[in-house]
Design a protein around this ligand. Structure first.
Ligand SMILES: Cc1cc2nc3c(=O)[nH]c(=O)nc-3n(C[C@H](O)[C@H](O)[C@H](O)COP(=O)(O)O)c2cc1C
Length: 220
């Protein structure tokens, strides 16, 4: 187990890195470890509603840059750049055949358990969380992605690696690039968030600012 000081040091080390050192590349072993912490992250019902695209091709990065105002310096300098895609309604609706396939082949559930889970999921999507529209289902998938994203940034920091999460982009345009240049079926997948990983070129420009603990946490 990691000790408390090292843990908090890693969280203090992590900041939204704006420019990376182009000459420093994350080792394959380190980046595979970061990806593994994303893969091992929890998801609602264990449905893993996302995929990650690691974009290393400078031409593709340049295309993304046109519509990604939030990563103008990160896109060209990051050692690794990840697009997080949310699985959309055709893959996430409780009645989707692909979802049943996932339960059978990945979760290794029996037909009987799958039928039972489908029912719970139907109730969850239609009533409990009332997310039974394509937009809401995509948002629900997105919520799971942010857990993996957070875990990946934290584990990167624990390895002394910097990161920057990126929401500063035009969704529609990025989805169009995904269809045109990445051969992604955008009926089934949509861009959710991005993240740059690498090594900082310079120290953070600003000190971290946060509210006091008392303003954030209430005890009952
Ligand atoms: C979901 C999300 C999206 C973000 N999008 C961007 C972005 O597009 N570009 C950027 O430079 N920073 C982005 N940030 C970084 C935040 O501005 C930053 O985390 C926040 O100001 C706190 O600073 P710190 O991370 O350095 O502690 C994003 C952060 C999160 C969590």
């Amino acid at each position: 187990m990691i000790n408390k000081k090292d843990l908090l040091d890693a969280f203090a080390f992590r900041h939204a890195c704006k420019v990376f050192d182009e000459n420093k590349k994350i080792s394959t072993a380190d980046f595979e470890t970061i990806l593994e912490t994303g893969r091992l992250s929890p998801t609602s019902f264990g449905l893993e509603p996302f995929e990650m695209l690691v974009v290393q091709d400078p031409v593709l990065r340049e295309k993304l840059k046109t519509f990604t105002w939030g990563a103008q310096k990160q896109l060209p300098t990051a050692s690794h750049f990840v697009l997080y895609l949310a699985k959309k309604s055709p893959l996430m609706h409780f009645d989707s055949p692909q979802l049943a396939d996932f339960m059978r082949h990945v979760q290794q559930l029996s037909d009987e358990t799958i039928a039972m889970r489908k029912n719970i999921l139907k109730n969850f999507q239609e009533k409990d969380f009332a997310i039974n529209t394509p937009e809401k289902l995509e948002d629900w998938a997105g919520k799971q992605i942010y857990i993996a994203l957070g875990n990946m940034m934290s584990s990167a920091a624990m390895l002394g690696i910097d990161s920057c999460p990126v929401e500063g982009f035009q969704k529609q345009d990025i989805n169009q690039i995904l269809a045109q240049d990445f051969n992604i079926d955008t009926e089934k997948y949509g861009i959710c968030v991005m993240c740059a990983f690498g090594y900082r070129l310079a120290p953070p420009m600003r000190e971290k600012t946060r509210r006091n603990m008392e303003e954030i946490v209430k005890w009952y």
